[in-house]
Design a protein around this ligand. Structure first.
Ligand code: ACO
Length: 311
């Protein structure tokens, strides 16, 4: 930006204001936002798959209707977020191609499988719970279109979390076999959901700048702690156990202590070696190819409409 552009950017950030698409902004700020927002959008789109896996097998019509609505919400979140990235000059075509080529990042959590119905409960409770913890502060992110998109997304995520909690509660209070199913799903999703917050602060290369720019308001470890503190009483209400022998209240800190996570697993998932990385990208590619006729039809319809308006 020009010198005056830079100083007005600095003033807005210092005063906790909002940067809007037409404002001048440093290149690094723009790039980092495109990075984070596009990764976030890809996460929503890939995130449809683990749950989509259970739409045909949901245990009742009621559960099926809820699950379909939830998966559609995720598609909507992805679309808002791609639009927010476009306001920064990113092209949707480039973002799509990066995802289809397997070059784009999306959240590690969506590379884990959903072998049982209880996994749908665990995703709602833990994955959407972690998403809310991480995303509520993003409603105050310094970039206007991103912050505004987050407000609606967070409202929908809260509903998602409650539906997951309710699935687990029903299973937990069901037969011993159902209770066991719920516990096993929580055992599978607990640690991966804690990893959604990103690497420990000391290994988080983007945090310092993102916090100075007020994109992030809290560090990865701060939000992870907040999440664990929130989960403990909820797990008690569910009658389920969090699978961490080191989890205990620390009166001095006023927080729960918890065990070290297996960061080698996190790194392997980011490097493409998670259980479902290959499957997720292949499925997205197939959906893109099979959906080509829909995009073509929409373009033809838009062209016809535009031609009619010109007459
Ligand atoms: N899964 C995949 N990649 C991750 C994860 C994760 N759980 N956590 C961190 N990373 C990546 C970062 O994207 C970054 O990669 P890059 O430098 O190649 O872009 C690298 O690991 C280092 O991490 P950080 O420096 O800590 O990155 P950052 O400051 O961006 O923090 C975070 C990561 C917390 C995920 C942040 O980007 C964020 O808040 N994003 C918005 C929320 C989001 O994307 N949620 C998606 C899941 S929720 C849902 O979709 C329902």
């Amino acid at each position: 930006p020009s010198a005056s552009g830079q100083s007005s950017f600095d003033r807005v950030i210092a005063g906790d204001g909002r940067i809007e698409p037409r404002d001048e902004m440093p290149d690094d700020y723009r790039k980092s936002l495109i990075r984070q927002i596009s990764q976030h959008a890809h996460s929503e789109i890939i995130g449809m798959q683990p749950e989509g896996n259970w739409i045909t097998r949901a245990p009742s019509l009621h559960r099926k209707a809820i699950l379909m609505a939830k998966v559609q919400d995720e598609a909507g979140h992805g679309l808002y977020l791609y639009s927010a990235a476009e306001t920064l000059g990113a092209s949707r075509e480039d973002m799509m191609q990066a995802l289809l080529a397997g070059k784009a990042r999306y959240s590690s959590i969506f590379n884990y499988p959903t072998p049982t119905w209880a996994d749908i409960g665990a995703i709602g409770w833990l994955v959407d719970g972690a998403a809310i913890c991480n995303q509520v502060p993003l409603c105050r992110a310094s970039y206007g279109p991103y912050a505004r998109a987050m407000i609606r997304i967070c409202k929908e995520e809260s509903f998602h979390q409650r539906q997951g909690f309710e699935i687990l509660l029903t299973l937990s209070r069901g037969t011993p076999a159902q209770h066991e199913l719920a516990q096993e799903a929580v055992n599978r999703w607990y640690a991966p959901s804690l990893m959604m917050f990103g690497p420990p602060d000391a290994d988080s290369p983007n945090s310092a700048k993102s916090m100075a720019w007020k994109i992030k308001r809290f560090s990865n470890d701060e939000l992870r702690q907040r999440f664990v503190d929130m989960l403990v009483p909820q797990a008690q209400a569910l009658g389920l156990t969090l699978p961490d022998p080191d989890l205990r209240w620390n009166a001095e800190r006023g927080h729960y202590d918890f065990g070290e996570l297996d960061w080698s697993e996190f790194k392997a998932v980011l490097a493409g070696q998670g259980q479902c990385n290959v499957q997720r990208v292949e499925h997205r590619r197939r959906a893109h190819t099979e959906g080509a006729w829909v995009r073509e039809a929409a373009m033809a319809h838009a062209a016809k409409k535009a031609a009619r308006q010109q007459q």
